[in-house]
Write a protein that binds this ligand. Structure first.
Ligand SMILES: [Zn+2]
Length: 382
């Protein structure tokens, strides 16, 4: 569906959080294939509107693709009026049972065209993610859901959240990442991509976490792609049913208006393929980051110059910029030698210090995986 955005440039991605690459993530992003052929394969199936033979063919095509990648797809069947539609689901479990992130992309189209961008672009992104995470160890499981009947009013995602998703006492959904129309028209400047966050107040409780995750998504786009992140509002796509039940969402969406939207000309030839490939790298990076990719990056002894506390001085929060892989234990000690904060953190996640007074603190950073221990000074000033 088409949208109007209020754009805010994500300045922090360029200034404050210039981050070390995690090579284990960058390596997987570099393996994103030439995706033109795949988008064209999706286009060739034809119109995939609910109730058409094309939609059924697309369902079979998708199942075959995931099966060839080594997955066992689950087909979630539902009705749209008198028509039958499907969600196609595959799972890559993490080491922590019952904790998941969901990566979603609808695979139906409108009646007017084959939907190479809306949403072949998102579908190919999910297939590439499935391929590139298959043999990577992650802490959190990755569940990919390709929704049917998005164009009928988010029917597939509503069905999924209401009827298929397990109760929250049985599993924890940490994040839903939505991928819808991420290609961009070939005639547009696609050097930016919108990172979308929950700005919807019903409920309000999930907005802050969505905002934080979306900031992180922007930084990941900045780190692992050649395009720049822009912040926007998540709306009118499969995010909505997840948002409405209080889950945390983020996602990607093209930045410029697309003249081929819901048109017979929404074909591969009108997509900016190199730009789409970069966006897919960002989606792969986000999936690996948010599912807590495991494994040692190979850093054993850390030079003090390789660790930065940002911002410095700090007021409300700080983040640790470091190439150390995996979770870190962070301890803050005040000038009297009292431990005032002990917290686990990972990657760039902000640590709140609003409860601490202004002053100088000693920071101990300890990484179990790499036996890395380092001492640092944090200045809190307000
Ligand atoms: Zn769409």
């Amino acid at each position: 569906m088409q949208k109007v955005f209020l754009f805010i440039i994500l300045c922090s991605a360029h200034v404050g959080f210039a981050q070390q690459f995690e090579y284990r993530i960058a390596r997987q992003c570099d393996l994103v294939d030439s995706i033109e052929e795949q988008v064209y394969a999706y286009e060739k199936i034809g119109i995939k509107a609910t109730g058409t033979a094309g939609f059924d063919s697309a369902t079979v095509w998708l199942i075959n693709r995931y099966t060839a990648l080594g997955y066992s797809p689950i087909v979630d069947t539902f009705l749209v009026g008198e028509d039958t539609s499907y969600n196609v689901i595959v799972e890559k479990p993490g080491s922590e049972p019952n904790k998941w992130i969901i990566v979603g992309a609808h695979f139906d189209s409108v009646d007017e065209g084959p939907g190479a961008n809306d949403n072949g672009s998102g579908v190919i992104a999910t297939l590439e993610i499935a391929r590139l995470i298959k043999d990577v160890d992650t802490k959190i499981g990755v569940r990919i859901v390709n929704f049917g009947a998005e164009e009928n009013g988010l029917v597939g995602s509503r069905h999924y959240v209401a009827n298929t998703l397990a109760d929250e006492t049985e599993e924890e959904i940490q994040l839903m990442i939505n991928l819808d129309q991420i290609g961009g028209a070939i005639t547009s400047n696609n050097s930016t991509i919108v990172c979308e966050r929950d700005e919807d107040d019903s409920p309000f409780s999930n907005n802050e976490m969505s905002s934080r995750k979306t900031d992180t998504l922007g930084r990941l786009v900045y780190l692992y792609t050649t395009i720049s992140p822009i912040l926007g509002r998540a709306e009118r796509s499969d995010y909505e049913p997840f948002e409405d039940v209080g889950l945390v969402v983020t996602g990607l969406y093209q930045n410029t208006p697309n003249p081929h939207y819901h048109n017979a000309t929404d074909i591969t030839a009108n997509i900016d393929i190199p730009a789409l490939k970069e966006v897919i790298k960002g989606a792969v990076a986000a999936t690996l980051y948010f599912s807590r990719i495991q494994g040692v990056v190979g850093v054993e002894k850390l030079d003090r110059n390789q660790v930065n506390l940002l911002p410095l001085p700090a007021a409300s929060h700080f983040s640790i910029s470091t190439p150390i892989a995996g979770p870190l234990e962070v301890t803050l000690i005040n000038s009297y030698g009292v431990e005032v904060l002990v917290q686990q953190t990972e990657g760039m996640e902000p640590i709140s210090i609003t409860h601490l007074a202004s002053g100088a603190y000693t920071v101990k950073i300890y990484s179990e995986a790499n036996s890395t221990y380092t001492l640092y000074k944090l200045i809190i000033a307000r």
